[in-house]
Design a protein around this ligand. Structure first.
Ligand SMILES: [Zn+2]
Length: 492
């Protein structure tokens, strides 16, 4: 339970939250940002290090061209203006996991600025969340506080992560609810994944998020004093941490207190934030231009070459797929959750008579069964060709939906493709019109009320009679023929 449980909803309604997010994403380059060390998660501690990423005296950094390409690609996908000239700067601070004593980042001349992400807003409209800047920087190492027999008294260091290429994406304080922040992060992650610039794996730390949050009385223009919430390592926790923080601050203001400007840490176990340090005492990083690196020049030619590498982005792809395949918005959302998933669907959908049916079967018959088995789509016993076959058989009325479900059940049970199961079992179909008519007559006689409804204009009642006969035949009636006969009988 959060602190807010005790806070009346009325009090909360008096205050408007103002939220801005700072996201760090690790770039998927083979090597680090300023040296040739492997950029890899999970190696033995302190094995991917060299004089450059440790900052030993005399070692000189060399900028990784691939990191620049990825950062530029992300900037373009986020509608940012890419600066032709940006400057690397030293951010000076002391911390055990930073042997150099400074981090190379970008300060007053970042790579890119003035972008936006659109998030869904009320009634199907969209809201643009501004992106202030996107800059490149290197990561620090990692302090290991647990996992060793003497962890109670010692801290170990793993410096493999020193020099990992990062982009930091800073949003404008444009979000007004934890839900909007959640949507912003979801879209941002999706865009970075589509561009292939980061794996955005939060558990491995390749996507990290800090939130700036304040509240102000509704109607007031001036922002309230903000707190920065750090250490939030899942989207679900971001939402919870923001909700907690908004309630905490509203409660302080409501009781006549003053919100302190400070950095707070999220504690997931307790579901609350703790004060870490006051911002008033925060150290000055004494930024200055990195003397060992030239200004980064992004030429118009490089920019246009990079622009050509942009994939179709999730939002545009959803809109196109809805139009092209007649999909429901929610289905399009699910199908575009990853670029690979959308690619597989589209490759198959184009071969089916009715692409929408492929979407339905994939989402309703395959995804759930795979999830239950803990399998990915690539590991599915039923191939995309199998799904297309099922869709076409349904379309042609060669199998009923009940038979389709049984065939999918059998395929997953025996770990076989749909075509294999279909060829072997060739479900029987009743195509004998006289036999079906007899069953329809019986259904009509047994349900006078539904007949009445049909005849007084409720034509969808035909489906009720189709269902009755399907049940009576254990799903073996030929659907096309049955539909035709039911309509004939009811009209007659
Ligand atoms: Zn190195």
């Amino acid at each position: 339970m959060s602190a807010a449980a005790s806070l009346a909803a009325g009090v909360l309604a008096k205050y408007e939250p103002v939220i801005g997010l700072e996201v760090h994403a690790q770039l998927l380059t083979a090597t680090k940002i300023f040296c040739g060390c492997a950029n890899k998660f999970g190696s033995e501690p302190n094995t991917n290090i060299c004089a450059v990423c440790l900052g030993l005296p005399g070692a000189l950094p060399v900028l990784n061209a691939k990191a620049v390409e990825f950062a530029t690609l992300a900037s373009l996908a986020l509608h940012c203006t890419v600066n032709e000239r940006s400057i690397f700067a030293r951010k000076n601070y002391f911390y055990p996991d930073l042997p150099k004593g400074y981090q190379i980042s970008q300060y007053d001349r970042p790579l890119a600025e003035h972008g936006w992400i659109e998030v869904p807003a009320a009634e199907g409209s969209g809201k643009r969340i501004g992106i202030t800047r996107l800059h490149m920087e290197e990561d620090a190492g990692k302090s290991l506080h647990e996992g060793f027999s003497d962890s109670a008294t010692r801290t170990y260091l793993d410096l493999n992560r020193c020099g990992t290429p990062l982009i930091e994406i800073v949003s404008e304080p444009d979000m007004r609810t934890p839900g909007e922040a959640f949507e912003y992060l979801t879209r941002l992650r999706e865009i970075l994944l589509y561009c292939g610039v980061s794996d955005c794996n939060m558990e491995e730390g390749s996507l990290r998020c800090d939130a700036n949050v304040s509240v102000r009385p509704r109607g007031q223009e001036k922002f309230g004093t903000k707190a920065e919430v750090k250490n939030v390592n899942s989207f679900r926790f971001i939402r919870a941490a923001l909700e907690y923080e908004i309630e905490r601050q509203a409660e302080i203001l409501e009781s006549g207190g003053r919100v302190l400007q400070e950095t707070r840490l999220w504690n997931a176990d307790e579901g609350r934030t703790y004060s870490m340090r006051s911002k008033e005492q925060a150290h000055d990083y004494r930024y200055f231009p990195e003397p060992d690196l030239q200004p980064l020049i992004v030429s118009p030619q490089f920019l246009s070459e990079t622009r050509k590498k942009l994939p179709e982005l999730p939002e545009a792809r959803r809109a196109r797929m809805i139009a092209e395949y007649d999909l429901a918005a929610q289905d399009a959302q699910t199908l575009t959750a990853s670029r690979a998933f959308a690619d597989r669907f589209e490759a198959a959908a184009g071969r089916a008579r009715t692409p929408r049916r492929v979407a339905n079967l994939l989402l309703n018959e395959v995804v759930g069964r795979l999830k239950a088995l803990g399998l990915e789509l690539e590991q599915s016993p039923v191939s995309m060709a199998g799904i297309v076959l099922a869709a076409d058989l349904l379309d042609e009325g060669k199998i009923s939906s009940k038979q389709m479900k049984q065939l999918f059940d059998a395929a997953f049970e025996k770990s076989e493709d749909f075509a294999t199961v279909y060829e072997r079992e060739k479900p029987e179909q009743i195509t004998d019109a006289a036999a079906l008519e007899k069953l329809i007559d019986e259904a009509i006689a047994a349900n006078p009320k539904q007949v009445e409804q049909y005849r007084s204009g409720k034509k969808t009642m035909a489906g009720f009679f189709v269902g009755q006969v399907m049940r009576a035949t254990k799903g073996q009636a030929n659907p096309a023929l049955l539909n035709e006969l039911v309509t004939k009988k009811l009209e007659g």
